[in-house]
Design a binder for this molecule. Structure first.
Ligand code: DAH
Length: 365
């Protein structure tokens, strides 16, 4: 592509080199550039070297002007190299993970697996069902991200620097650091998105509408793995802010959702808990949808299942997102989607989800 561009333009067209030696050199360099395989090597051309050495031998009266023009020429060639680079970026991207050249004619590609042989992963299928229910309740859905920073993981959520509650989240980090010198983090919870959605939807409040958003996302924890713990799993965060929002609204919202999802009447209860980003904070439990509180393996014979963390959004979290906590209140929750799905289908081991086992996946196709 660049070849064409440079063939049809005369490179030094607009350049005026008043010194003959330099004008000649420019002409030579232009020719060399056209012919060079690796264009960057132009900067090492002997023509350049010769010009630089001529600066030293130039007559003192002309030396400054000579030097300035040599520099002008060098800058010109450099700008021209960077134009070339940005031109290269415009080429069709290559997907190195694709099993065939993605820019090839589709009719020449071999076929891999027929798409109808695949099926939607059970977690994605259920996640869609969950989002649809919340959608009917007026919640927007925003996807979380898979890499985040210390500010969104902790700072914006009222975890002061050095706070022991930071240790509850055994996170994976990159060696690369952000502008503040903190390592990037693979989010350990979807709460990392709270500050972002509060800001994104703050104008709802000005229009007397609440902020109502659910945020599904993949989260990562340095866990010891067993049937109930995976290093990678999905969470659904919920955020609701408006005027006169109470913990009663929180409990009612979750109860309605769970009854809709499990298609049965359920009892729910809360117990006090601690999270830095909610006050008060609760652990939320529902009556076991399997045994109706009679006691079974799913609920470890207790009749109850602890499902998620929730609470009233801490005033500091609202303030950090530019929302006045003396006017608005809100609730939030966050819980594992895998857990919800495991209970729905009586799946005994969370590790099946990421195992890629076809015997498992085919049961949901
Ligand atoms: N982020 C918490 C966790 O994963 C769960 C949680 C608790 C989310 C309370 C919330 C909340 O939004 O209000 O451990």
């Amino acid at each position: 592509m660049w070849n064409k561009r440079f063939e049809t333009s005369i490179l030094f067209n607009n350049m005026s080199y008043t010194i003959k030696d330099i004008a000649d050199a420019a002409e030579k360099l232009e020719k060399q550039f056209q012919e060079l395989e690796d264009k960057k090597t132009i900067l090492r051309s002997p023509v350049f070297r010769e010009l630089f050495s001529k600066i030293k031998t130039a007559e003192p009266a002309n030396r400054a002007r000579f030097g300035a023009e040599v520099n002008k020429l060098k800058n010109e060639i450099e700008s021209w190299l960077s134009a070339l680079e940005s031109n290269m970026d415009e080429r069709a991207p290559i997907d190195v993970t694709a099993p065939f050249p993605t820019n090839s004619d589709p009719s020449t590609r071999f076929s891999v697996l027929q798409p109808q042989k695949g099926s939607i992963h059970p977690l994605m299928k259920e996640l869609e069902a969950v989002i649809r229910i919340f959608g009917r309740m007026g919640f927007a859905a925003i996807e979380s991200r898979e890499i985040d920073d210390d500010y969104h993981m902790f700072g914006a959520l009222n975890f002061p620097e050095g706070h022991p509650a930071r240790d509850d989240y055994d996170t994976f980090m990159t060696t690369q650091k952000d502008k503040k010198g903190k390592q990037f983090i693979a989010p350990a919870h979807t709460s990392t998105m709270q500050n972002r959605v509060l800001r994104q939807f703050a104008s709802n409040l000005d229009n007397d509408e609440p902020i109502a958003v659910v945020i599904p996302g993949r989260v990562f924890r340095n866990e010891d793995l067993d049937a109930r713990h995976e290093h990678t799993f999905y969470q659904l965060e919920g955020v609701y802010v408006g005027k006169n929002v109470t913990a009663g609204n929180l409990i009612a919202t979750l109860k309605v959702f769970l009854q809709e999802y499990y298609q049965q009447e359920l009892e729910v209860k809360t117990q006090p808990f601690y999270f830095p980003f909610t006050e008060p904070s609760f652990e939320f439990a529902l009556s076991c949808p399997f045994c109706k509180k009679q006691g079974c393996n799913v609920c470890s014979q207790t009749g109850w299942i602890e499902l998620l963390g929730c609470g009233m959004i801490h005033p500091n979290v609202l303030k950090e997102a530019g929302i006045d906590p003396t006017i608005y209140t809100g609730f939030a929750w966050g819980g594992g989607i895998d857990r919800l799905v495991m209970m729905k289908y009586d799946i005994e081991d969370i590790r099946h989800f990421e195992s890629g086992k076809l015997e498992f996946l085919r049961q949901f196709s």
